[in-house]
Design a protein around this ligand. Sequence first.
Ligand SMILES: CC(C)(COP(=O)(O)OP(=O)(O)OC[C@H]1O[C@@H](n2cnc3c(N)ncnc32)[C@H](O)[C@@H]1OP(=O)(O)O)[C@@H](O)C(=O)NCCC(=O)NCCS
Length: 211
Amino acid sequence: MGRRACPRIGLDPQAAIRLVGQDARCNREGILRLDVSDQIAGQEPAIAALFASTFTASEAAEEGAVIGALVARLLSDVPRDALRAFTASDKGKLVGGVIFTPLTYPDPRRVMLLSPMAVAPDRQGEGIGQRLIAHALDRLRAEGTDVAVTYGDPAFYGKTGFAPVSEAVLPAPMPLSHPQGWIAQSLTDAPLSPVNGPAACVRPFRSPELW
Ligand SMILES: CC(C)(COP(=O)(O)OP(=O)(O)OC[C@H]1O[C@@H](n2cnc3c(N)ncnc32)[C@H](O)[C@@H]1OP(=O)(O)O)[C@@H](O)C(=O)NCCC(=O)NCCS
């Protein structure tokens, strides 16, 4: 992971983003302004390419192709009122992205699945990923989302409030090959209480090998 020598100074990432929709943080060059946006129209190919190149670098070319194709399908197939995508840009250059789609249950609570997420390989370790998630969760909370869930490494996602959740509390839409990676958080004042299944995900995720 490309680490910068920037000390993690006591900057509240959520507060910084909430102020202006931009984010200031020191790095080697000085102050970095990070634009966080949910206006993705026209950027779809660039976003898919970012995911493809990031996962090619972190995993392998095959994984990069799978995730790039998944993102392209999510951005083209899922209705725009259901999908929420947030990007981070630095001086006009796309450096990160995160996508949320609904998980639906026979339960009135609104649950959003965070997947996938990528920060450009040469910009990882600067805090961009955590701040992008924090900004996105603030927006989802304001829009009435009750629960956010993802399927990934608790060591990273735990930094933004996700904690392991059992499938008895929050059913997964497909069999999980790594149930320990099923992690969630309540976005309301109420703690996460059991959600009745079954769960349904959007079509591009209905592929067992993704889970
Ligand atoms: C995972 C990812 C999104 C994190 O974004 P980032 O901007 O690099 O993360 P941040 O700088 O906000 O946070 C870095 C912290 O998270 C930890 N971290 C980052 N990636 C991690 C990972 N894959 N697993 C475990 N911990 C991780 C770092 O150790 C670091 O901890 P520290 O702050 O205590 O030093 C980014 O590294 C990435 O795109 N990786 C490749 C693709 C991927 O794995 N995506 C997630 C699965 S969908």
